[in-house]
Ligand binder design. Structure first.
Ligand SMILES: [Zn+2]
Length: 578
């Protein structure tokens, strides 16, 4: 397997130099020539060539074996790929690595597992202390539903319990009791304390955790060094699956500083595009002030494009509505009543967190300051609201070059796809949700509504979409929440097969070429980096991978088994399969 070792010793560590599209392409001779390969360039025409030459941190040339070997000088290293496939390094446009790096998640596949886990915890956790299950989505459980309050009471009568599934969660009677939540408790802000026919709280809280008292924070306390080591480890796992770039899709200054710190130490093994979290509340003056302060004293916090080729600022990230996996996405039609999401109301459409006028004002202030904007937008009703806002902003400040984005954009209608095209609006989308949640959504929402759930082919006909995992907890590429294995995502975009074996709307499947673009050049475009990476073309970064199969030709259902043999970032080998 490793006859092409000693790759690790091929290249000296190359100090990252600031490179941009205006820099001239490097001149020969090459430092490294990978020949007798299948080099999938992912250029405009998706050329597949035999060899690639690397100089310093960049691609010197791609082409035939003969032409590339002409670039050989005295010190050039040669690597015979023995017909293996070489691709541009993969790019995941939606991760939350700083939280994921230090997190631990129990293995839970069913509601039965969850209840057994809580019961186990009651023996360890002191009576009266909280037991919390974070980000456990009912759509992914065998029973495909939330527990009821009574079920939680049965396994944990003396402990407050929170079954957290993102914005919505279920609590038990003890949790309500110690928090003083009763039938008189009002709904907080845009949230809902769900009540039954008699007015008593059912235990379901939608964007209303603030009524609870004493819930511990999601992550334990770690020292700076522990956080740094955990993050480095996670980035190595990312490298091992072929990722050479990621986008943190919601970073405060603390997360940004963690990436800058790793860069300063020369310990970053992939490039990070950093979306900045932003509080959209307040009047225009307050919002404007917040924008002015965001770049910070060092100017590295914004606006979009600030920073360098290792840590670059991406868009502003807003949260417009709830989610699909917990019944809080803001839909055009009411959510069906039922136990999956414990919905008891007749006309419940989900939660919208930002009022349309406010949203428009915030996007306007962002556009004025050259920020790309994006918003978590799960339901089709929320997508209507977001595109209305983008449309109005565009009349004052053209947004096309800013590439305003929609994060998730799960249910684009025909009309909304056309509006995306007209406004140059792009989207970062999550194949893992089709895989993990598609079957339950199909059962709950039905054929007609799920027809427009993650329509990859239609999306690509109208706009540029990029693939992202929304990895937030755990580290294993398949078992994390959400699974972040990029090969699984590419396979799902091609097959539209769910974890439970359904094939949903095959007519919306991508071709292999499109699915590879989804995780390479399209994400580079989403992040305004397509002139630097996303394809193997002269002058672009030498961010590339060698893999054990040809994803353009292997059986589709084996794409997720792809093994990465070598990952290179900026001409430096950051991972090699032993
Ligand atoms: Zn996310």
């Amino acid at each position: 397997m490793c006859r092409f070792l000693p790759l690790a010793f091929l290249l000296p560590f190359v100090v990252p130099v600031a490179a941009n599209a205006a820099d001239p392409a490097p001149q020969g001779p090459a430092d490294l020539i990978i020949h007798h390969a299948r080099v999938v360039t992912v250029d405009d025409k998706f050329h597949v060539v035999e060899a690639v030459a690397v100089k310093d941190s960049r691609i010197l040339a791609v082409g035939t074996n003969d032409d590339m070997l002409k670039l050989k000088g005295e010190k050039t290293r040669l690597l015979d790929a023995e017909s293996r496939t070489v691709l541009p390094g993969l790019y995941d446009s939606h991760v939350h690595p700083t939280g994921a790096a230090t997190s631990k998640i129990p293995k839970i596949k069913s509601l039965k597992d969850a209840l057994a886990y809580i019961k186990e915890q009651t023996k360890i956790v002191p009576e009266g202390d909280w037991i919390v299950l974070w980000y456990l989505f009912p759509t992914r459980l065998d029973e495909a539903r939330f527990p009821t309050k009574a079920e939680l009471d049965e396994v944990a009568p003396k402990h407050p319990v929170l079954f957290h599934a993102g914005p919505a969660g279920m609590v038990n009677s003890m949790a309500l009791k110690i928090s003083g939540v009763t039938k008189d408790t009002p709904n907080p802000g845009t949230g809902i304390v769900v009540k039954d026919a008699k007015g008593e709280p059912t235990g379901m809280l939608r964007s209303a955790y603030r009524v609870l008292k004493g819930v511990p924070s999601e992550s334990d306390k770690f020292s700076d060094e522990e956080r740094r080591e955990a993050l480095k480890k996670l980035f190595h796992l990312y490298n091992a699956q072929g990722l050479t770039s990621i986008a943190d899709r919601n970073a405060g200054r603390g997360a940004l500083d963690q990436y800058l710190d790793l860069k300063k130490r020369d310990e970053l093994t992939l490039r990070v595009n950093v979306a900045r979290s932003f509080d959209p509340s307040g009047n225009r003056e307050q919002v404007a002030k917040r924008f002015e302060e965001l770049p910070g004293k060092d100017g590295l916090g914004g606006p979009t494009g600030a920073g360098d080729d290792w840590v670059r600022i991406g868009p502003i990230k807003l949260f417009l509505d709830g989610g699909m996996l917990n019944g809080t996405a803001y839909m055009r039609q009411p959510w069906p009543k039922g136990d999956t999401y414990q919905i008891t109301e007749d006309d419940y459409r989900g939660l919208l967190f930002i009022k349309p006028d406010q949203l428009q004002m915030v996007c306007e202030e962002g556009a004025k300051r050259k920020w790309q904007m994006t918003a978590h937008t799960a339901g089709e009703g929320a997508m209507d609201v977001l595109l209305d806002a983008y449309d109005l902003v565009n009349r004052m400040t053209p947004i096309k070059d800013l590439r305003f984005c929609i994060t998730h954009a799960n249910f684009p209608s025909q009309r909304n796809l056309e509006r995306c095209k007209a406004l140059g609006v792009v989207a970062d989308v999550q194949p893992a949700w089709l895989y993990k949640d598609g079957s339950t959504l199909y059962r709950v929402l039905g054929d007609k509504r799920v027809r427009w759930f993650q329509p990859y082919k239609s999306w690509m006909e109208y706009t540029t979409i990029g693939g992202g995992s929304d990895h937030m907890l755990g580290q294993d590429s398949f078992d994390s929440i959400n699974p972040w294995n990029p090969w699984l995502a590419i396979e799902v975009a091609v097959t539209r097969k769910t974890e439970r074996g359904d094939v949903l709307f095959k007519e919306e499947a991508l071709t292999r070429e499109q699915a590879i673009r989804l995780y390479t050049i399209n994400n580079a475009y989403l992040c305004h980096e397509e002139k630097l990476k996303g394809s193997l073309e002269p002058g672009k970064f030498a961010d590339l991978i060698m893999i054990d199969r040809d994803p353009l030709a292997c059986p589709a259902n084996t794409i997720h088994e792809t093994k990465v043999l070598m990952t290179m970032v900026g001409g430096k080998v950051v991972y090699e399969r032993k």
